[in-house]
Structure formats: structure tokens, C-alpha cells
Design a protein around this ligand. Structure first.
Ligand SMILES: Nc1ncnc2c1ncn2[C@@H]1O[C@H](COP(=O)(O)OP(=O)(O)OP(=O)(O)O)[C@@H](O)[C@H]1O
Length: 288
């Protein structure tokens, strides 16, 4: 839960009145362009940054005052573990898991059993490999395994698929969906990619220039983001152009009125991406 969150660096407001909520077991994508404030938001929720104002709660606790028990319930996927190249996958995960052993609850046994975890992230074939020999995609899976070894109730992923090829991206989406659907993990991830957010998230929160521009399911946003189509045509040797939210109705009217006099009709539908980019542009210009 985030309410009226603000973050200021010096005189620069990076987050202004940011408010949103993630429900239990939901995948929420924080979507926005570079510099929108996504990482800042996620780092405040992880307890790694101190906010300037507003209310924030993760699992009922203010992250600024989260104790070890709270931290054991949170998973954070950081950048790759480059320092542990000589460790083997199973070895590292078993070792990191020991930190969580004292934090089991009646419902959740911590840590995740090492081989089960390795299988869940699709690394069984590499369980005995040294980390430095993993491919980029496999390394990212290991990063996720490290983030979830304590069976977190909430998982934070900051741009998890940056640098992935399309196949690796799709597999990764399956992994994240599985965590939410099978293990009821609440997931908050950041991305620049509208299509990724649409495919993966139950809810999309669009952030631009430190403000929330929109918040809803992909379908809700698609409905709200139905922007204006462009219609072009020729009549009596003249070129016409208009924008309309209902191009079908408009062209019906056009033919009813002018019939055969219409030629070279063109309809260009606004894509979700056009509207997303327009919203981001408007917000960014408004705060300048
Ligand atoms: N420690 C800091 N000191 C001053 N300004 C900062 C600091 N950290 C971030 N900023 C500024 O805050 C703004 C938001 O940055 P943030 O990293 O949260 O954006 P982002 O949406 O995650 O962007 P990206 O997609 O590029 O990672 C940027 O203008 C950035 O320059």
C-alpha cells in the first residue's frame, strides 16, 4: 500500500503524491519511461530508501522500520550475483537458504527446498554448474531463485527482463505468473515495456514524471486508452482528414452523405502504445 508518496532529491521532486495498492497474490507492473521514478518507488518499498513524505506499508509494516522477520517475508531480485562465480548453483542457494531457516510460519516453510527451487526456476540441468558458466538468461533465473529462496510473500523485481531475447522473456513471464498463481506470491515489477506489462500483470500502474497516470487491468486500460483514430479520404479532388473515437460510425456517415464521391479512404486505429506514449508525453510536459 502506497499513499501520497513523495520523494525529493535536493529541490527535485521525483515522486509526487504516488498512491496505489497491490492485493495479495497479484502481479502489479509499474510501467513508465526512463526517469519516471519506478526504481525509486520500488526501493522505498524494499526499505532501501527513505521517503520524503507519504504512507507506505508492505505486509502491514512501514519498510523504513522493517525488522528481520519482516525482511524474511520479502524477496528482492537484485542485479546478477557476479561475485559468486565460483559457487555452484545448488551450493549457493542451499547456503543462502540457511538464513531463512528460523523464519518459518505455520503456513510457510522457509527456506524453499533447494532442488525444488532449482526445478521451479528451470535450472535443474545446471544445478551443479559454476555460476560463472551460466548464460545471461540462466543467470537471471538464478537471480530470481536467490530472490525467492526464503519463500517471500511479496517479491520485488526491478526491470527483470532487461536484455532478454523474446524466448527468454516468455519463459520468464511463465515463471513469474507461476509464483503468483501457484504460490500466491504478490509481485511488484518495473518495466518500460507496455506489452510486457499487458501480458504479465494483473494490474498496470503507469508512472510518468513521478506521477501516476493510470492504474487498472490491461483490459481496463485498453478501454480507457482507446484513443482517437485518424480517418483520411478524398472527395471532389480534395483531401480530408479527421480524428474520431468511433471511426466505424464516422465512415458510415461519410458514405451515407457522399457515397461514391469518396475515394482513397484510410483509417488508422490508435494503438495502445500510441495512447500510452501520448499520456506519458502530456504528463512529462505538464510538470516541466
Ligand atoms: N540518489 C539520487 N539522487 C538524485 N537524484 C536521483 C537519485 N536517484 C534517482 N534520482 C533521480 O530520480 C528520478 C527517477 O529515477 P528512477 O531511477 O526512480 O527512475 P526509473 O523510472 O526507475 O528510471 P529507469 O527506467 O531509467 O530506471 C531521475 O530523474 C533520477 O535522476
Amino acid at each position: 500500500m502506497v499513499e501520497g508518496l513523495r520523494m525529493r532529491y535536493g529541490t527535485h521532486d521525483v515522486l509526487r503524491e504516488v498512491t496505489f495498492r497491490a492485493r495479495h497474490g497479484e502481479v502489479v507492473a509499474l510501467l513508465g519511461p526512463n526517469g519516471a521514478g519506478k526504481s525509486t518507488t520500488i526501493e522505498i518499498l524494499e526499505g532501501f530508501r527513505t521517503r520524503s513524505a507519504g504512507r507506505v506499508e508492505v505486509l502491514g509494516t512501514d519498510p523504513a522500520h522493517g525488522d528481520e522477520r519482516w525482511r524474511a517475508r520479502i524477496g528482492v531480485v537484485l542485479q546478477s550475483w557476479r561475485d559468486h562465480g565460483k559457487w555452484r548453483v545448488r551450493e549457493l542457494l542451499a547456503h543462502l537458504g540457511t538464513y531463512y531457516a528460523g523464519y518459518s510460519t505455520e503456513l510457510i516453510r522457509r527456506p524453499w527446498e533447494t532442488d525444488e527451487l532449482i526445478e521451479a526456476v528451470g535450472l535443474s540441468a545446471r544445478a551443479d554448474s559454476k555460476i560463472k558458466t551460466l548464460s545471461g538468461g540462466q543467470r537471471r533465473r538464478l537471480d530470481v531463485a536467490i530472490g525467492i529462496v526464503g519463500r517471500p510473500e511479496v517479491l520485488f523485481l526491478d526491470e527483470p527482463t532487461a536484455g532478454f531475447d523474446p524466448a527468454a522473456r516468455r519463459e520468464f513471464h511463465g515463471l513469474v505468473r507461476g509464483l503468483a498463481d501457484v504460490h500466491a506470491t504478490t509481485v511488484l515489477l518495473t518495466t518500460h515495456d507496455l506489452h510486457e506489462a499487458e501480458r504479465l500483470a494483473d494490474r498496470i500502474v503507469i508512472l510518468a514524471a513521478g506521477r501516476i497516470v493510470a492504474d487498472g487491468s490491461a483490459e481496463e486500460l485498453a478501454r480507457r486508452m482507446a484513443g482517437e483514430d485518424e480517418v483520411r479520404w478524398m472527395r471532389d479532388g480534395r483531401r480530408f482528414e479527421t480524428s474520431t473515437t468511433d471511426s466505424t460510425r464516422f465512415t458510415h456517415g461519410l458514405f451515407r452523405e457522399h457515397g461514391d464521391a469518396i475515394s482513397e479512404l484510410e483509417v488508422r486505429r490508435a494503438s495502445l502504445e500510441d495512447t500510452y506514449l501520448a499520456w506519458v508525453r502530456e504528463t512529462t510536459e505538464a510538470v516541466r
